[in-house]
Design a protein around this ligand. Structure first.
Ligand code: EPU
Length: 419
């Protein structure tokens, strides 16, 4: 298994181009199942989850082709299967979108249970509640979920928790249903708007995505078209934090600055320079950083997927910061790893108290999930006087395309080794 070796202490400077959003891509690809025609999806990140979903689409009967490394053509008119049971499918979280999409297309679906990063229980009861409300019967046999419905009929669904996955999945099941579906207490993340935009471009009638009430009027049929995936808010945030940690000067490009507001405002509070253009943010950090308090929340709140990276930034500020996790119950698994480079943490329940330190010491670190893995790379960029080795890079590669190339283009010293 490969490792990333980082000789820290370099000030990052220059431009970094952000790819399309993983969490939009992994929903749009299953959504192509609903289209009786060809979808051309541009700006897909070149990451493992996209490759797995491409294989999943082919196993369902779709004809797919990468026309370049970020563009996939999917002809789903040939999809004939409603079962997606391959082992690789069960390893990724977003496989659950195949349930909504296959149910919407065929009135039946059989999908291996979702895996993904482990930060405590990640139930899908709200997805199931939504499918059942639309008229489906849902059964769980071992690690296989089966859903079937003679027909799906629109209805009003109130989500008990704000869930990205349930909001998108219900949207997928409802676009071809009879009548109107109303999702209340919906999640509002940019990738939800992106999936709705994709579906609408293909002929769906989805209104209100990005607010907490989404109305989906069922249509007879979706036809093909071309769609460009939204920029990845979390990849962008990770590089913004990398710039600040290294006291750098970085233009983070190909992004939507409004999507970064919760991070940008925290960074400003810390004394970091944030300059916004139409499609970029310039991050400059030349002063001492001030401690602050952060709480993760559904969008537009501070994203849980930037929690571990923010923990590293807070560890480099002067004074005591707090970081409260309110989306996932167990996101603090990275804490022991960060303590190994010298970070000072105490965690009680869902709250970390972080005392800033001036220096990090290089160490061997072990990624345990995607965003925590990215945070360990950030810690390595700060640790001077030797090499920080980040093991288990497979987690990081799930969500970051060419991370070492992008960092090295900014002046970092990172290399990958298989040994
Ligand atoms: N929840 C339930 N029941 C459900 C669904 C969710 O109780 O049926 C709870 C979860 O346990 C959690 C909260 O609701 O406490 C929010 O979970 P959500 O459903 O929004 O998360 P998800 O769909 O499982 C997606 C992303 C995650 C990201 C979260 C939150 C994908 C494939 N995954 O997960 O991304 O952390 O939304 O924004 O879109 C990542 O990219 O590293 C990642 C983990």
């Amino acid at each position: 298994m490969s490792k990333l070796c980082i000789r820290g202490g370099k000030r990052l400077k220059g431009d970094v181009i952000i790819n399309g959003a993983k969490n939009a891509a992994v929903a749009i690809l299953p959504a192509t199942v609903l289209v009786d025609g060809i979808s051309v999806i541009e700006n897909l990140p070149n990451i493992q989850d996209v490759r797995i979903l491409n294989e999943a689409m082919r196993s369902l009967g779709a004809v797919t082709q990468f026309t370049d490394e970020h563009t996939l053509e999917v002809d789903a008119s040939t999809v004939y299967q409603h079962s997606a049971l391959a082992e690789c499918i069960s390893k990724m979280r977003a496989s659950y979108y195949l349930i909504g999409a296959l149910l919407g297309r065929f009135g039946k679906a059989e999908v291996a249970m979702p895996g993904g990063c482990d930060f405590g229980g990640r139930p899908i009861d709200q997805h199931i509640k939504g499918f059942e409300a639309l008229g489906a019967t849902v059964e769980v046999h071992g690690n296989i979920i089966k859903a079937y419905a003679p027909k799906l009929v629109g209805t009003r669904i109130f989500l008990d928790v704000v869930s990205v996955g349930a909001t998108i999945n219900i949207m997928l099941a409802a676009v071809l249903a009879e009548g109107t579906t109303i999702i209340e207490n919906a999640a509002k993340e940019p990738h939800i708007v992106d999936v709705a935009n994709y579906l609408n471009m293909m002929g769906a009638n989805v209104k209100g995505a990005g607010t907490d009430v989404i109305r989906i009027k069922g249509v007879e049929k979706l036809t093909g078209g071309k769609y460009t995936t939204v920029p990845d808010q979390i990849e962008a945030g990770t590089y913004m934090i990398a710039a600040a940690i290294t006291k750098g000067d970085v233009y983070v490009r190909n992004i939507i600055p409004e999507h970064m507001e919760s991070l940008s405002s925290k960074m400003r509070e810390m004394g970091i320079g944030i300059e916004e253009g139409d499609d970029y943010i310039r991050v400059t950090a030349d002063k001492e950083l001030k401690a602050t308090n952060v709480k993760t929340l559904p969008y537009p709140g501070f994203p849980t997927d930037l929690h571990p990276q923010m923990a590293v930034l807070l560890s480099t500020a002067t004074g005591v910061s707090t970081l409260i996790e309110s989306v996932f119950e167990n996101r603090f698994q990275y804490v022991e790893q960060l303590k190994a480079v010298g970070a000072k943490f105490t965690v009680e329940g869902n709250k970390a108290t972080i005392e800033g330190v001036e220096h990090f010491t290089p160490a061997h670190l072990h990624a345990m999930d995607l965003r925590a893995g990215a945070a360990l790379v950030l810690a390595g960029l700060k640790a001077e006087g030797g090499e920080t080795i980040v093991h288990n890079t497979k987690y990081i590669d799930r969500g970051y395309e060419a991370i070492e190339e992008k960092l090295n283009a900014l002046g970092a010293d990172v290399y990958r080794t298989a040994h």
